[in-house]
Ligand binder design. Sequence first.
Ligand SMILES: Cc1cc2nc3c(=O)[nH]c(=O)nc-3n(C[C@H](O)[C@H](O)[C@H](O)COP(=O)(O)OP(=O)(O)OC[C@H]3O[C@@H](n4cnc5c(N)ncnc54)[C@H](O)[C@@H]3O)c2cc1C
Length: 301
Amino acid sequence: MISVTTSGPPCPSRRDSPLSALTTIGVGGRVPWLVEPRNVDELKAAVAWARDAGLEHRMLGGGANLLVADDGLDFVVIRSDAIRFVQRDGDDHSRLRVSCGVPIPTFVQQTREMGMTGAEPLVGIPGTIGGATAMNAGGRHGWLSDIVTRVRVLTRDQQDVEIEKTESTFGYRSSNLDDAIVLETMVVLEPGDKRAIQEKIKTYLKEKSAAQPLTEKSAGCVFKNPEGGSAGKELEAAGVKGLRIGDAAVSEKHANFIVNRGAATLRDVRELVARMRRAVHDRTGILLEREVKVWSKDPFD
Ligand SMILES: Cc1cc2nc3c(=O)[nH]c(=O)nc-3n(C[C@H](O)[C@H](O)[C@H](O)COP(=O)(O)OP(=O)(O)OC[C@H]3O[C@@H](n4cnc5c(N)ncnc54)[C@H](O)[C@@H]3O)c2cc1C
């Protein structure tokens, strides 16, 4: 662990804090500082503090697409959870400014209550708007990028700027925001009928919970879909469903999900990921690319 000689961060923070409870799969060791800014100004001050102290920092949203090393990390982790607001973006009712810490389910529910359609494809996806913007979250019915107009970011050199969405801003499960911190995401929706929106939400959620282990502890899809194919189908055909290392197991419901059956460690998950990838490669020659992010000093793949 690093030793921090400066005074503490300029906002609420916890020293020597475990991350396992802050990731949806429940895996991860401690970090020297977990910083929890309550607004964008505090977030910016926290980044400046970390930089001045010579400490590396990472952004944590809902931890829903994240695996963290068992023995912890030497990073300052800045968690967006307390930065939550949804405001109108200008005079137009259909344009919203959504802060990075807003949970995706809250955003979907709030837009339904406002009678605005467009966010329904995100139903059932855990995490925050900041993480969803960085990862371009979505699924078969649409991606977050479909409704994004601009993104307010804090760049690596601490410039607070708004970036207009262009064709190259987002890709499949990725954004081209150059490791900037997402502060706010501006979206455009359309007026819609609340009951019709609710029906769509219900249908999409039913579909998703029939296919994915939404009630178990996981970090979402392990691998990206290969060009023109489905990682889940390839993994299922390779027979990995139910494969288990320690307390980490491939879900019986969806072969691209690893679930934590108790006290899984990153070591267990890493071994399982390697076996899953090998099984598909041996059968098809396809080398699956990892989707889930890993925070670890040691190489993972
Ligand atoms: C059961 C389950 C189902 C899922 N289904 C889907 C799905 O259908 N579609 C889908 O796309 N994903 C899905 N996921 C994955 C996950 O929900 C999404 O990737 C989500 O967008 C992650 O957001 P987060 O806030 O949890 O990000 P985190 O896991 O906290 O972080 C992920 C990455 O984003 C970065 N990040 C977080 N916040 C910010 C910020 N403010 N600025 C810049 N970078 C940031 C982190 O540093 C990290 O690199 C699923 C996950 C689970 C557990």
